[in-house]
Design a protein around this ligand. Structure first.
Ligand SMILES: [Zn+2]
Length: 461
């Protein structure tokens, strides 16, 4: 593999997993064999086969989007904003998101599914993300793995499974179908089969996790078997936790406890668990999450759309590992960092409670910790060369006094110039390396409109 030098940038990174150790320095970076070999103020150009000149540009670790459903992005954009959410506890999931996804999977062929997934993944890469934690819903699993390979990014992927029969009243309305009723354990067995088929694909950039949907949509037995299987496979579990009021009510009704207490009681919680949201949690729940080393993925934007605030500071205070995820559209990690910092302040009514550094830490080191990857999330020698470069010479960014402040509050996705994964450029100022940006968007748009047309016919929209 060729040796690449990034020349003349300003490196902004946390240098260890301790929170305070952030650093910015004018440095060159030598990439060799997919790893950061050297970071120093002056690396001789002759040492590299290729030199990328980035004077004055900011160089940060590739951002980690720790929780996402990529199909949702292109299918639901504009369909849940300013939307009346009176039904189902303020959530748009059951009346908009799930039905639209179901229709997409019913009417689209593989090529069409690939078109919308690709458009969404390109949006994510263009915002500086190099790694995604993806929970797929159905037949797009293999297509997603192929796209990760083609686009050159890194992903931890799981299917989203449920026990089916736990949502009968929603099924009766005809508004939801998040999985056919299946015999218990078949869904987990299928996930294990996907693990065996795809783990390590994409030259090692693909990891397969287990993906139970949520505490209320999976039976106790299924959850316990999932925890056991994760241990056996030595992999992670992605789950939604304390996400909706419906979940809270159902678990209280069935087990007389909160979702977090329930999962703790059945032995489900551990550092293997990457739990999206943790929205409806009390102080005791948050302590249980900390004691069990559960990783929380904070996805502020999707909740703000519903008039809700996801907690960030309460977890930070308790030293829970918090990462950031987009969950749905927009798949823009720059916007999500900004949203995390701003909403965090609003939540606590304190300007110092959640800072730009906190958001940047969650999007880099926090994500790497959640994924169990000590070789990601930082730019230090020996780490994977997953790198995002930002053009700072813009009127909305200059002048720069405190770089992390400008990064989180002023940089937009369109300012990202290069994205490298495993030392290879996946995006340059000319566009996505593996395809034509314009064609990717055109193709994705046509397919999205086809889904909406079918949804209108069915009365979903
Ligand atoms: Zn989710």
């Amino acid at each position: 593999m060729s040796r690449t030098i990034l020349k003349g940038g300003m490196v902004l990174t946390f240098i260890n997993e301790a929170y305070e150790a952030t650093k910015i320095q004018e440095s060159d970076i030598l990439i060799d064999n997919g790893l950061v070999e050297e970071i120093s103020p002056f690396i001789q150009e002759e040492q590299g086969d290729e030199v990328v000149h980035i004077p004055g540009q900011m160089v940060i670790p590739g951002l980690i989007n720790a929780h996402n459903h990529t199909l949702t992005t292109a299918v639901c954009r504009g369909m849940t904003d300013d939307y009346n959410r009176e039904n189902y506890g303020g959530s748009a999931l059951y009346t908009r998101v799930f039905p639209l996804k179901r229709i997409a999977l019913e009417i689209l062929n593989e090529e069409e599914i690939a078109a919308i997934l690709k458009m969404a993944l390109v949006e994510m890469i263009q915002s500086g993300a190099t790694t995604v934690g993806e929970q797929c819903t159905g037949k797009e699993f293999g297509i997603f793995v192929d796209l990760v390979d083609e686009l050159g990014i890194r992903a931890s992927i799981c299917p989203m499974y449920t026990s089916g029969e736990h949502l009968p009243e929603l099924k009766e309305t005809g508004k939801i179908d998040i999985g056919e009723r299946k015999k218990e354990m078949e869904v987990l067995e299928e996930n294990i089969r996907l693990y065996e088929q795809y783990q390590g694909d994409g030259e090692g950039r693909v990891e397969i996790w287990l993906g139970p949907h949520a505490p209320d949509s999976c039976s106790q037995e299924l959850l316990m078997e999932t925890a056991r299987a994760a241990e056996e496979l030595d992999t992670k579990i992605m789950i939604h936790l304390a996400q909706t009021r419906i979940e809270l009510d159902k678990i209280r009704e069935r087990f007389g406890s909160t979702p977090v207490e329930y999962l703790d009681k059945i032995g489900f919680l551990s550092s293997r668990v990457v739990a999206a949201h943790g929205l409806f949690t009390n102080n005791e729940d948050q302590k249980i999450i900390k004691d069990n080393q559960v990783n929380i993925v904070h996805c502020p934007q999707v909740f703000v759309k519903g008039g809700m605030i996801a907690p960030f500071h309460p977890y930070m205070e308790k030293e829970v590992t918090v990462s950031l995820g987009t969950d749905s559209y927009a798949m823009d990690m720059m916007a999500e960092m900004r949203m995390a910092a701003l909403v965090g302040k609003l939540h606590t009514q304190n300007a110092h409670s959640v800072t730009a550094s906190d958001a940047f830490f969650a999007a880099t080191v926090g994500g790497a910790k959640a994924f169990g990857r000590s070789d990601l999330g930082r730019l230090v020698e020996g780490q994977k060369a997953d790198i995002t470069v930002i053009d700072m010479q813009k009127s909305h960014i200059q002048p720069v006094a405190i770089p992390v402040i400008n990064l989180v509050y002023h940089v937009n996705a369109a300012d990202v110039s290069y994205v490298f994964v495993d030392g290879k450029a996946v995006k340059t100022p000319q566009g996505i390396v593996s395809g034509d940006d314009r064609k990717i968007v055109d193709d994705g748009k046509v397919v999205s409109e086809k889904i909406w047309a079918a949804a209108r016919q069915e009365g979903v929209l």
